[in-house]
Design a protein around this ligand. Structure first.
Ligand SMILES: Nc1ncnc2c1ncn2[C@@H]1O[C@H](COP(=O)(O)OP(=O)(O)OP(=O)(O)O)[C@@H](O)[C@H]1O
Ligand SMILES: [Mg+2]
Length: 186
């Protein structure tokens, strides 16, 4: 049976800056079922990050709605939306957005809901960052920062998350980690 985890309907986004408006998204609709892997492709500036930010409830659309597990997230208070995001969505920011005054392990555990030390250990190993757990983000390579951001996105086992099987086990940690093959995602 298909189980819908995320549905976006007719999303538009207009940014207004200095009396100039820019339409970043125009009527985007998408439905994502449980177990489905979805990639958003498009040229630079085409609106990928804008869409991901809206799907994750980090930014509001100018028009349209987003439902996660049947809940219209923009009808929730800011606080409730934040709590829902923390529980249900793993998000890797394009620029990682690690907190620079915290160590790798502190960054990963920052949003942690249930304290599952063993799972955190597994993430450190799977993402090959165990040796840096006490390092600060500024002491890491770009790829190590990226993998720390991925671990943070996965720490709560969110149902909507980066595809860890694709990222960690099918190449991301091999030669491919030298490049930036997974800039952002949920
Ligand atoms: N906060 C903002 N205020 C004004 N304009 C913005 C803002 N954020 C993004 N834009 C504009 O909206 C458009 C879409 O930006 P977005 O960041 O979604 O693109 P993208 O597809 O993620 O690009 P890239 O592949 O380079 O990351 C761009 O023209 C960008 O300049
Ligand atoms: Mg982007």
């Amino acid at each position: 049976m298909k189980l819908e985890v995320l549905r976006a309907e007719n999303i538009s986004k207009i940014y207004c800056q200095n009396a100039v408006s820019l339409q970043a998204l125009r009527g985007v609709s998408v439905t994502i079922q449980k177990g489905e892997f979805v990639a958003v492709l498009g040229r630079s500036g085409s609106g990928k990050s804008t869409l991901l930010n809206i799907l994750a409830g980090l930014d509001k659309p100018s028009k349209g709605k987003v439902c996660i597990d049947g809940t219209d997230i923009f009808h929730l208070s800011e606080e409730k939306r934040t709590l829902l995001r923390r529980e249900k969505i793993g998000f890797v920011f394009q620029a990682y957005e690690l907190l620079h005054s915290l160590t790798v392990i502190e960054n990963i555990r920052l949003p942690e809901l249930t304290k599952d030390a063993q799972y955190v250990e597994e993430l450190l190993d799977a993402l090959k960052i165990r040796q840096y757990e006490k390092s600060y983000p500024d002491q890491l390579s770009g790829g190590e920062q990226q993998r720390t951001a991925i671990a943070r996105a996965l720490v709560n086992h969110p149902p909507i998350s980066p595809d860890v099987s694709a990222i960690t086990f099918k190449g991301m940690l091999g030669e491919a980690t030298k490049g930036n093959h997974f800039p952002e995602g949920i």
